[in-house]
Design a protein around this ligand. Structure first.
Ligand code: BGC
Ligand code: MG
Length: 521
């Protein structure tokens, strides 16, 4: 594996810094907390970590509202803590990817403070200002967070655009100085040694130049997801090419991009450009595809075929914006889901705590923190031990969100070889050890109802992955030498909710695998 393609081979572990480990007892996770757990991440077998924002921020959207892109919020630590984290990670062979939030800043950013002072301030056009129309907002655009995307600023009598919260005004990426300023931000972190960025909300960077109203549906409404003018403008791809140019100046660094969740495949593929835009436009489709063998097989096959030869796939089963994997799929399917995530062709992204099967934690209304509501349950503190506060915060501290089930924690699962944590580690280890699981082509294999089966094939190595998505034990012959089961030892029957990886050595057995599975059940 070469140093420039590391991101194709290993798993990316997504850390929500507020919730990983609180070293100073203020109840909020921080950078030294992450550094203290790097050994855990390398033990697990992660290739890279991606950190949600830790920059200076009033935390109205928990760091996605930035007041200084090149400094650390005191809540999380200092620039020296970033350097220590980078050094510690790199020493262990772990790469570090930062969140880059280009679409908007905090309303408290000095750029916006200047911009709002007067219509001829030099920073005025760094943001998007429009006159009222008919005494109201300039057009009918809506914020992703709900409500109008425009807020009137009494000081100058104009409205500013915010695709998210009113406290997150959108930058004007058509302004060359804005682009240059944000390019400088990237260089600042690349020079410091980070290994790449996850770019927030790529589709929103450019808006319709004429600010046309969005078309309404039959009910007089429209969904931001269906919007035509507010996002996805043609020049966006050129902006990405510029970001890629900068990144390519630093060998081995990557750009991951958050794009719309249900992006049609041709558009998702378009974000790779000619290998001159995003290395990995995030594929969120596993979150929305019905958890049925047939639907999953259909999607995985279509995605694999939709990507051009130079494009490398990627897979996600959880994030800080949606309900936890174990809650969405139910506890029974978690093992099979992890086996799927780590055996598909492409880079897997694992959300912190999913290796333990963390579930959504119900948040009583008085403890809710997320301004959009609803995202807190998937952001609760990482449970490390069975101590008070689960070893996330010191015992006397008050974690920023309540903790989940105390029996689910790293220490308990480390001590149990049959745990989900050990399964995750075994899957990552297998991926490291077998080129077919990393680089092999993906071939769907016909299988009985409720079973998802595929081969990962290289000329001299081939794997069969067989996943039982049903609650029934299935009497199907599975060819090959068993390498790993989600359920420990391999027995004859495929147990309910069991997944299995077998090694098919000889090419001749391959087509037989298809027959055998298809004929069984
Ligand atoms: C992030 C969210 C954030 C939003 C606005 C999203 O893509 O994942 O957590 O609230 O962007 O920055
Ligand atoms: Mg702290």
């Amino acid at each position: 594996m070469t140093t420039t393609t590391w991101w194709k081979h290993g798993a990316i572990y997504h850390i929500y810094p507020r919730s990983f480990a609180d070293s100073d007892g203020d109840g909020v996770g921080d950078l030294p907390g992450i550094t203290a757990h790097l050994d855990y991440l390398s033990w697990l077998g992660a290739e890279a970590i991606w950190l949600s924002p830790f920059y200076r921020s009033p935390q109205r959207d928990f760091g996605y509202d930035i007041t200084d892109h090149t400094d650390v919020d005191p809540l999380f630590g200092t620039l020296t803590d970033v350097d220590r984290l980078l050094a510690g990670a790199h020493r262990r062979g772990l790469r570090v990817i930062l969140d880059f939030v280009p679409n908007h800043t905090s309303i408290d950013h000095p750029w916006f403070a200047a911009s709002r002072t007067s219509t001829d301030d030099p920073r005025r056009d760094w943001y998007i200002w429009r006159d009222p129309a008919d005494g109201g907002p300039p057009n009918n655009w809506r914020a992703v967070t709900g409500g109008p995307a425009w807020t009137l600023d009494p000081q100058t009598g104009q409205y500013y655009l915010h695709s998210f919260l009113p406290e997150q005004p959108d930058l004007n990426w058509r302004h060359p100085e804005v682009r240059q300023a944000m390019h400088r931000v990237m260089r600042f972190w690349l020079d410091r040694g980070v290994d790449g960025f996850r770019i927030d909300m790529v589709d929103y960077l450019l808006k319709d130049e004429h600010f046309r109203d969005e078309p309404l549906d039959g009910h007089g409404r429209y969904e931001p997801a269906l919007a035509r003018h507010q996002l996805n403008q043609p020049g966006t791809l050129d902006l990405l090419r510029e970001l890629r140019d900068i990144t390519d100046g630093y060998p081995g660094r990557i750009l991951i991009g958050e794009v719309e969740y249900r992006l049609p495949l041709p558009r998702l593929a378009g974000y790779y450009g000619q290998d001159d835009m995003l290395h990995l436009p995030i594929n969120f489709w596993l979150l929305f595809t019905p958890w049925q063998a047939h639907d999953l097989q259909t999607f995985v096959t279509a995605y694999d075929r939709a990507l051009p030869g130079h494009a490398w796939p990627n897979w996600v089963l959880g994030s800080h914006d949606i309900s936890r994997m174990a809650t969405r799929l139910g506890p029974d399917q978690v093992r099979v889901a992890l086996m799927l995530l780590f055996t598909l062709r492409g880079t897997p992204v694992l959300y912190y705590g999913d290796e333990l099967g963390m579930t959504d934690v119900p948040i009583p209304p008085h403890q809710a923190r997320d301004p959009w509501e609803g995202r807190d349950p998937a952001r609760t503190p990482m449970p490390w031990t069975s101590a008070p506060n689960a070893g996330f915060s010191p015992p006397e501290a008050r974690p920023w969100l309540p903790l989940g089930n105390p029996s689910v924690n790293v220490a308990a699962q480390m001590a149990d070889p049959g745990s989900l944590l050990h399964l995750t580690r075994a899957l990552l280890g297998l991926r490291r050890g077998h080129a077919a699981l990393r680089d092999g082509s993906y071939q769907p294999v016909p299988a009985p109802d409720g079973v998802l089966a595929y081969r990962r094939t290289l000329p001299d190595e081939e794997m069969l992955i067989t996943l039982n998505l049903t609650g029934a034990a299935l009497d199907i012959p599975i060819p090959g030498e068993p390498l790993l089961s989600t359920h420990g030892e391999t027995v004859g029957l495929l147990r309910p909710h069991e997944g299995r990886i077998t090694l098919l050595r000889v090419a001749g057995q391959v087509s037989e695998a298809g027959h055998v599975l298809a004929g069984g059940g």
